[in-house]
Design a binder for this molecule. Structure first.
Ligand SMILES: [Zn+2]
Length: 356
């Protein structure tokens, strides 16, 4: 030890503090965020899309027990429970238990997830349309009326809202809840061909012939963050297609929603290695348009629709452009498209769009 240090040990320590040679950040220094981060097991991950967390101003917080849009004096849990028979629990979410040992459940029951355990648990990403039209209205229905939850809401302008850490078991897709992450995409939904639908209220045609989305005035504040945003379906005409053997019609999602969903899908597939960047296809590489069998569902690790999980659901509907989302996410991830169509059911993504 040099004589200087022996004589002045305190001085040396002070020099480190003064010159900032240490690695500790200054107490109270704000940590910058870029506004595209999502949260998994307490860690932040970039998505490249605009994200509003439940922690942020204007966010939707599914951890809260009171109703978000009820009159404040009547919003707490006791009043909410008394007023609405549909609300059963102050917690709209639960614990991901499936596949965990007793010791692991004991460790995470208070929230103590680590990322490797969550990565072992999550292997599905379930797409929904919200039939609420906007994310604000969707959160109102989930939180205030239905006792339900979902990790992400995707608004018409492409803003993603995260309402819970991905470690939570959100209540959005029954048997998939334990192993999945869910997103509710703002869209008024799909309807049987020839039957009633709300399209006249939600969609108008411009003088130029372009279809635009018109949120009914009775919804009040739309909550859409982009000033003066006017949404247009990615395809001008309603899209027809079959789900569970029934013919449905639906207006497409917006280009802003497709762009954000693609970024989010790529991000989730990178964060969760067991979640493969694919969607359910048959032996010919075509989208499966029905509920998966119990075995298919058990063995499926990837992106899927709510209708793949339950026979009583038709979302995200015939308009969902799976190739646009999955192909785009594969490009972001640098994945090679398969050389030929799938040789077996379910496990190979259809990726013809990758070549365009
Ligand atoms: Zn759904």
């Amino acid at each position: 030890m040099p004589a200087f240090t022996r004589l002045f040990p305190g001085l040396l320590a002070s020099l480190f503090l003064v010159c900032g040679c240490g690695t500790l950040p200054r107490a109270g220094r704000p940590e910058p965020r870029q506004g595209d981060e999502i949260v998994a097991a307490g860690r932040f991950f970039h998505t490249g899309a605009r994200v509003v967390l439940w922690l942020d101003p204007g966010g939707y917080d599914a951890y809260r027990v009171e109703r978000r849009f009820a009159p404040l004096a009547k919003s707490d849990w006791e009043d909410s429970k008394a007023e609405l028979k549909t609300l059963n629990s102050p917690n709209r979410y639960g614990l991901r238990r499936a596949g965990l040992t007793t010791n692991e459940i004991e460790r995470v029951r208070g929230g103590g997830w680590d990322l490797p355990l969550l990565q072992r648990t999550v292997d599905q990403f379930v797409l929904h349309f919200d039939v609420a039209g906007t994310s604000r209205n969707c959160f109102r229905v989930l939180q205030d009326d239905r006792d339900l939850s979902v990790h992400f809401l995707l608004d018409l302008d492409g803003t993603i809202y995260q309402t819970l850490d991905l470690k939570e078991r959100a209540s959005h897709a029954t048997i998939a809840n334990d192993r999945s992450v869910g997103v509710e995409i703002a869209n008024i939904g799909a309807y049987p061909v020839g039957g009633k639908n709300p399209f006249a209220e939600w969609y108008r045609t411009n003088t130029t012939g372009q279809t635009r989305i018109t949120i009914p005035e009775r919804f009040g504040e739309s909550g859409i963050r982009t000033p003066h945003f006017i949404g247009h379906p990615a395809r001008n005409e309603p899209v027809r297609g079959s789900i569970h053997g029934e013919e449905y019609v639906q207006f497409d999602f917006t280009p802003e929603q497709y762009a954000a969903l693609t970024q989010l899908t790529a991000s989730l597939c990178r964060i969760f290695p067991r979640l493969k960047c694919q969607y359910p296809v048959d032996a010919n590489g075509q989208l499966i348009r029905r509920k998966l069998s119990a075995t298919e569902f058990e063995n499926y690790h990837g992106v899927l629709g709510h209708f793949h999980v339950q026979e009583d659901k038709d979302d995200p509907g015939p308009a969902m452009d799976w190739d646009r989302v999955i192909g785009g996410a594969q490009r972001i991830l640098g994945l090679e498209p398969p050389k030929k169509a799938a040789s077996g059911p379910l496990l190979t993504p259809r990726a013809r769009d990758l070549r365009r």
